[in-house]
Write a protein that binds this ligand. Sequence first.
Ligand SMILES: Cc1ncc(COP(=O)(O)O)c(C=O)c1O
Length: 360
Amino acid sequence: MSDPVDLVREDLRGFAGYKSARSEVLCGDVWLNANESAWANPADRQGLNRRYPDPQPQALCERLARLYGCQPAQLLMGRGSDEAIDLLVRALCVPGRDAVVVTPPVFGMYAVSARLQDARIVEVPLVDGKDGFAADLDAIGRAAREQGAKIVFLCSPSNPAGSTVPLDGIARLAASLAGQALVVVDEAYGEFADEPSAVSLLETQANIAVLRTLSKAHALAAARIGTVIADARLIDVLRRCQAPYPVPAPCAEIALAGLSDAALARTRERVALVRSERTRLHARLQATPGVRRVYPSQGNYLLVRFDDAEAAFHALLTAGVVVRDQRAAPQLGDALRITIGSPDQNDRVLSALRSQEAAA
Ligand SMILES: Cc1ncc(COP(=O)(O)O)c(C=O)c1O
């Protein structure tokens, strides 16, 4: 297997990064090396927030590694997968020279991070077919080779399209780009999908990175815990490029509690409910007058085309239901994305759309 560190910007391969006081291994019982306060804040009764946190809290790292099926050394935690996306683009793309491939309509942060790094954005649109939107992996491979891309972002399940990318296709694409580009598989919605995680591909393919998050199925969006899982050599470089203290102590604490066996059992029940509500809402929406098409979805949302998306958006808003307007996205001029809520919330969506059609 080729060394994925060869994909990192040459000037960063040996970069030491910032050595925080917390990262030095020293012993003592009077800690005066980080300019922290000697006293706790009055609001912090137990003084748990007085000191800088562990940059990568070990217990959380081990728990996440077990959950995602990788080694702790293959995992880096940060402020949501948003930070992981940004970190990968900054570490791999030379500004003004390198490119990233994205597959619109897709999650916008890949292009935002590329733009901030002055990396070229190469678009290979998803193809809208009878089974929904699909990534054209041959076209993606061709574009990545021709345009000298350093990163290919695959979103699986794709936001907002809802489709997944088959693992064998990801493996073939990564093999064809070995030594040239990193294939990043964003599995922010992986818990809701039938397709297994691409983490299993890391054993045989070193130029793959997988993004996971606690923001969606685990209901901890405010804690901002996302991870990138990749070859341990690449993780080591990314860690040195990351801003110090990316995991605040209160966030690590709630994340660890939210991944206890009991919490995970509850999360699994909720994922099962979302999946069954997804099936119900899909069928009911498809039978709603004014709905043109409901895309199959492996995420916790449905992409829906309307005869009059403006009217549908406003009917929902009038009923107090806020959904994501997708009309500015390529190929989605008549579409809204509706997150699967609780059964009651989903009923509110259906009744708002039905009353609007009845009144029209
Ligand atoms: C596909 C995808 N990736 C990543 C993210 C960012 O997630 P996080 O909260 O972990 O930064 C989102 C958020 O909506 C998303 O839809």
